[in-house]
Design a binder for this molecule. Structure first.
Ligand SMILES: [Mg+2]
Length: 255
């Protein structure tokens, strides 16, 4: 058995309020000691995740933009053509079905700051898209249906998140997991997440951990829970993360 760990960030490895991962330090150290790769899997962009990735001293790829792409430290090229193709498709659909969609590329970093409350620097990093385009739908439901159908003919998927409708070429966090496991030669995945959009990743893992988060929408009951493959922590954020990882390592005979 060779383990690998996939983790969501906000509310999971990072504290909901402070964004600190300090409470997970013992488990992070244990993963390093046992050479178990840690893969960050997030809705954030490569620009947003780079500092944390360096801070955690990781050399692994990270799953960014909700699975739409990978961040590899030092690689500035990758699949960056995706974003150009998404913007070209939107331009094609204007005038037309895309008119009521206001993407990050339309509103720019200043608009992203206004829409999210992020600081100018943070908004700049959030707007540095390479693989997916979040935006606000400002039309009616019928118009949205027509927009989604028009995107579908171009191979583009639209996913509604808490606030933004995000367009991508359909890759998910779960789909990325299998490829990274093959690349790193790992056969047993642990995944940790705190929100409904982590469900696919939790179900795709050999062992899923739902981190308690009292601040957001709860993860619905997942089939893996009744099968014993998924469990929920009692502690929130990095403290729950720490407890879960140390427990799973002990169960598997790691000291
Ligand atoms: Mg989260």
């Amino acid at each position: 058995m060779s383990l690998i760990v996939f983790t969501d960030l906000d509310g999971t490895l990072l504290d909901h309020a402070t964004y600190s991962h300090a409470a997970a330090a013992p488990a992070l150290d244990a993963l390093k000691r046992h050479d178990i790769p840690l893969i960050l899997a997030t809705s954030k962009t490569a620009a947003e995740v780079a500092d944390l990735h360096a801070d955690l001293d990781l050399s692994t790829p990270a799953i960014v933009e909700n699975g739409a792409g990978l961040y590899r430290p030092g690689d500035t090229d990758g699949e960056a053509g995706d974003y150009t193709r998404l913007r070209a498709a939107l331009a094609d659909l204007r005038p037309g079905p895309a008119e009521a969609f206001l993407g990050f590329g339309d509103i720019g970093p200043e608009g992203v700051a206004r829409a999210t409350g992020l600081s100018p620097g943070a908004a700049m990093r959030a707007a540095a898209r390479r693989f997916s385009e979040p935006g606000l739908w400002q039309g009616d439901t019928a118009g949205l249906g027509a927009f989604v159908a028009a995107l579908d003919t171009r191979g583009i998927t639209a996913r509604q998140g808490g606030r933004f409708l995000t367009l991508s070429f359909g890759a998910t966090k779960a789909a990325r997991m299998a490829r990274i496991m093959a690349e790193l030669g790992r056969d047993t995945a642990i995944a940790l997440g705190d929100a409904p959009n982590d469900a696919e990743m939790l179900e795709a893992a050999d062992h899923g951990v739902i981190i308690r988060n009292d601040h957001g929408a709860p993860v619905p009951a997942l089939p893996g829970e009744s099968l014993g493959r998924i469990h929920r922590t009692t502690l929130p954020g990095p403290a729950g993360w720490n407890e879960a990882i140390l427990g799973l390592l002990t169960e598997r005979g790691y000291q």
